[in-house]
Design a protein. Sequence first.
Length: 101
Amino acid sequence: MLFVVFNIDRPEGAEAIRSTVRPAHLAFMKALGDKVQAGGPVLSTNGEKPFGGMYILQADSHQEAVNVAQSDPYVKADLFLQQYVQPWRWNTNRPEGVEVW
């Protein structure tokens, strides 16, 4: 199953946390390998500053997806005000071989 992980930064201190923890976060995301279909920062309206992030995660269950999302170094560093982990169905421009469940 696919899940969208959507994170919203806390209003204060996010920039400092991001810059400090970013190498660990990027290593975490790289280690997930093919389990991540796409992802990246969510930017402010002018496109200059991140205010969260999202990624599409392959997992066998909602609980597994939550466990993975909660293991992100950004989560452990308390960067996010909110985190959503929801099932996601890839319909538009779905690559061949990605099942619609």
